[in-house]
Design a protein around this ligand. Structure first.
Ligand SMILES: Cc1ncc(C[n+]2csc(CCOP(=O)(O)OP(=O)(O)O)c2C)c(N)n1
Ligand SMILES: [Mg+2]
Length: 614
């Protein structure tokens, strides 16, 4: 089986090596220069080709798949600006440690800097954002060149999925002919097209590893934690594919430390919450600590030790609270890098966090911590949930009873989720409302978001990419600007055969800006920050074949907020139980939502801390 020309041979070897490294799908965008790669992918029996038209959406789609699976889904695009459109997702991937492999086709080197069409400098296009970059040589039909190609591809995948996962970039130049036309004499008839001299599977077998503290160091750490009465485990947003909830639970049991679980940690939701002290409403009752700024501003005793896993927590109030305590803080990071921008950590522990928890849980001894300390957190969570509960009749003295707020929408969407489910939330208020208002549940919910660089771009594609990698039902809760930003991403519903329930929180602009002091600077607040746009989303649903429903939750339309919440939950349940994809638009009022959040926060603080420090 010789190839008709060297480009075909080269692209086949490259794609073969991807599959040998465990790749089962690629995301391809149309273009001419990438023809050899696209052809090789399309003709490979063991590869699913996901075709995406818009490279920005394509890259976020691949990112979403990798978030859900921890495995790379390579991207293939043509030369020029197509490659630049991968850049936002590459930025997110580098910060959030998501495996991503960009294969950008290029003109041959002699055409660079020559004025040739669709030719730009693609050398190190993504700068230091990638973990591995190689400008591949031009295709060459000889054993050594093919061996170097296979080695480069194996290294690229291994680096992307390695101990410090992230984006990698292979730039792939091709000369014409780009199609599989026969070029006589181009490929020697006796060339082994696998160039692998009898090797099976990947050309280079990679044995993955991750850093682990030695036994002595681990015992020392276990000793330090053993005598601690008041400790915390903080589970921040997790690197794909998520923290192992069982290991974290085991450590919590061994130490007696409650687990403050970020919604994106993979620890807040799941069966383990039946038995583990998982705390989820802390964002609602730690703001006094922020206002205080001088050590602990609550009446609570400080924690003595904090074990911090994953990325920096979504909750600013939690970050500030931790910074204000005098605790020993152990930041655990598998890559030994820094992810704690308050610079309050006292120790950096270089270790894979789930494995560290499992090992520590077998070594920690002692009394299992102070039960009153744990009870204090559990009680605070209970109080916050009670006040947040829309069903409770007398929830707020002096509250405007007609005010439905956006946190209610998150809770209704979450309550209607099937078990299991994948839930993607957009940045801005949806992820914050999930954090504050949707507490631990026993349902197996994989909650995902793009918190690496917190862009409001690429959200639809990231969600659909995650959905394409799982048989779970997929729900996306998205802001109106975020949906507008990646409306192109909806094309993947059809092209990549994904079903989703999209809950759109439409507050006609960026509601988050009401939470900032800029709110009172008018102009330019409305025109240049909040940016109301009046976009009608029903035609967008029609365009992409989503069934559409609307719940008007603006103050003037709400008679009874509990009824509005129930109406939204039923709409989500109907979508869940029906086939196909759905867009449920919830019209909200950003300003009144914020005012309600503020009143709720004050009520929770008062109930939990009795008005602040004593
Ligand atoms: C790509 C990108 N552009 C701009 C921003 C700044 N930004 C953060 S939140 C936000 C508003 C988002 O609006 P929406 O998605 O409707 O959510 P809401 O604030 O209403 O909850 C903007 C513009 C960003 N994070 N990412
Ligand atoms: Mg909005």
């Amino acid at each position: 089986m010789t190839a008709p020309n060297r480009n075909v041979l080269w692209a086949r070897a490259l794609v073969d090596e991807l599959v040998a490294a465990g790749v089962d799908a690629v995301v391809v965008s149309p273009g001419s220069r990438s023809t050899p790669l696209t052809m090789a992918a399309a003709r490979h029996d063991d590869l699913r080709v996901l075709s995406q038209l818009d490279e920005r959406s394509a890259a976020y789609f691949a990112l979403g798949r990798a978030r859900r699976t921890g495995k790379v889904t390579p991207l293939i695009c043509t030369s020029g600006t197509a490659a630049a459109n991968y850049h936002p997702a590459v930025m997110e991937a580098t910060q959030a440690r998501v495996p991503l492999l960009a294969l950008t086709a290029d003109r041959p080197p002699e055409l660079r800097d020559s004025g040739a069409n669709q030719t730009a400098d693609q050398e190190k296009l993504y700068g230091d954002a990638v973990r591995f970059y190689k400008d591949l040589p031009e295709p060459a039909p000889n054993d050594r060149a093919l061996r170097s190609l296979r080695t480069a591809v194996g290294r690229a995948v291994a680096t992307a999925e390695g101990a410090d996962p992230g984006p990698v970039h292979l730039n792939v130049p091709f000369k014409k002919p780009l199609e599989p036309t026969r070029v006589s004499g181009d490929v020697p008839a006796d060339l082994d097209p696998v160039a692998a001299a009898g090797r099976d599977g990947p050309y280079v077998d990679v044995t993955p590893g991750s850093p682990e503290p030695g036994d002595d160091e681990l015992r020392a750490l276990a000793n330090e934690l053993s005598g601690v009465d008041r400790g915390l485990i903080v589970a921040g947003p997790a690197d794909p594919p998520g923290l192992d909830a069982e290991s974290v639970t085991a450590l919590s049991h061994a130490t007696g430390f409650p687990v403050l679980a970020d919604p994106l940690s993979n620890v807040r939701y799941g069966g383990h919450t039946r038995v583990a002290p998982v705390i989820g409403a802390y964002d609602a009752y730690l703001s006094a600590a922020v206002a205080g700024e001088t050590g602990s501003a609550t009446a609570w005793a400080d924690p003595e030790a904090v074990l911090r896993l994953g990325a920096s927590p979504t909750s600013k109030d939690l970050r500030k609270y931790l910074a204000g305590t005098g605790a020993d803080q152990y930041q655990v990071d598998p890559a030994g890098r820094w992810r704690e921008a308050e610079f309050a950590a006292t120790d950096l522990v270089v270790a894979e966090p789930s494995r560290l928890c499992a090992r520590l849980s077998r070594l920690v001894g002692g009394g299992g911590g102070d039960p009153d300390w744990r009870a204090q957190w559990e009680e605070a969570d209970r109080v916050a949930r009670e006040i947040h509960d829309r069903e409770a009749a007398d929830r707020l003295p002096g509250d405007d009873p007609t005010c439905f707020h956006e946190g209610d929408a998150l809770r209704a969407a979450a309550d209607a989720l099937p078990d299991p489910a994948t839930l993607f939330v957009s940045n801005s208020m949806p992820v914050r409302d999930l954090d504050r208002f949707v507490g631990p549940t026993t349902a197996s919910v994989t909650a995902l978001g793009n918190r690496g660089v917190s862009g409001i771009d690429g959200i639809v594609s990231s969600a659909l990419g995650a959905g394409s990698a799982t048989t779970d039902d997929l729900a996306l809760v998205v802001g109106d600007l975020a949906l507008y930003h990646d409306a192109n991403g909806l094309l993947a519903l059809d092209r990549c055969d994904v079903d989703a329930t999209v809950v759109l929180i439409n507050n006609d602009g960026g509601g988050i800006f009401h939470a900032l002091p800029i709110e009172s600077f008018e102009p330019p607040f409305t025109e240049s920050f909040k940016t109301p746009h009046g976009i009608e989303f029903e035609p967008m649903a029609d365009l992409h074949g989503l069934a559409y429903a609307r719940v008007d939750a603006r103050p003037e339309a709400v008679a009874d907020p509990a009824e509005t919440a129930a109406e939204l939950e039923s709409a989500c349940e109907r979508a869940r139980d029906a086939d196909g994809s759905h867009l449920i638009e919830v019209r909200t009022d950003a300003e009144s939502s914020h005012r309600t959040r503020e009143r709720l926060a004050a009520a929770v603080e008062e109930a939990v801390h009795g008005g602040g420090p004593e």
